[in-house]
Ligand binder design. Sequence first.
Ligand code: SF4
Length: 415
Amino acid sequence: MEGEFHADMGPQYEGEAIRKEDLYIEFGGPKAAHKFELATVKSLDEIENEKVEIIGPDIGDLKPYDEEKGGGSYPIAVLIDVAGGELDKDAEAIIERRIHMFTNMIEGWYHMNQRQDVWMRISKDCYKKGFNSLRELGEIYILLYTSEMPIIESIQVTIITDEKKIEELLPHALEVYAARDERARTLNDEDVDTFYGCVLCQSFAPTHISIITPNRIANCGAINWFDGRAAAKIDPDGPIFAVPKGELIDAIKGEYSGVNTIEAEKSLGNYDRVYLYSAFEHPHTSCGCFEAIVYYIPETDAFGVVHREFKGETVVGETFSHMAGETSGGKQIEGRLGTGLEQLRSSKFIQADGGLARIVWMPKELKERFKDVLEKKELYDKIATEEDVKNVDELLEFLEKVGHPWIKGEVELPT
Ligand code: SF4
């Protein structure tokens, strides 16, 4: 695909990473305090078709990354407003997630993560070729959305780099994400015949397929079962598709014949079994967009959880990014699960392994975020954070002292 743009486009560029030495500038990512992307379905009269608006400094106005001085990281918000007779609110998450794919289809652009964690990079080569305005990015989005999703009749794109404005709009975006997650909590895997699969991240992790069920949000945290259903309906030949559950092989570990079949097909034969509710034996694969990592700590025979925003060292002395390098790539790794954070609320979260009651460490920020569910399970005071312990020896002491139910042998594994 080639147009009047300063960059070529096509699926061949998905999977292209931009390392520091090739980096011109980045938006979002760990160094930007405020960032998000949001798609909203509106009525036709609320949208000025094909309008692109840039609020704040543009690429050409911003200082690039400097190998010695650093810098070059800026806040961003990408707002995609769409309308169409067949479109409803269910489609929003799916349209939003396409930002990931479409950005990565541009030569010299890189997109990672989602929602309030979005991270975009532009290469030096791309800038040198004349790609110096976010307006061009907006125009490319419009071209790709309208050509790949004919259900969209009208679209406008707003890209914001003005930090104050982003800060002002972010709470609304967080509310929208929370409402999507809340809705998905009303359903269980037993209630449906169909799960959904997503292979959007195969450009970076060729053997990865996300299995999305009512009790299991996608690894990126951006697609729940309702979103999967909407995506498969809108674009049946797209990267998100229906997965007939098939027969239930193991209700505790979460093994379904239909999931195994699709896993074998989409992982190019690398894997033919998946346990949806366990981190052992045949755990779900992990791409690179996961919001958090659940990791086994052998000394405690239990798990820690660390999320992407946590910048310090975990209790095993590794940072999230170090651990992510070992966890990603689309492999099944026993004792390691890339996961969506909403999973911590799922009644089936590693249920075969003991569930939340087998978590012994998480960052303080995460513990506060999930305080309600941890308190309900009487685990809030039992889980250590970076403020309580610095290493595994201290963790063991802490767990003994507080009487963590897993360490005390009070957690019975389901049989
Ligand atoms: S993490 Fe999974 S669900 Fe999310 S975009 Fe990637 S493949 Fe799709």
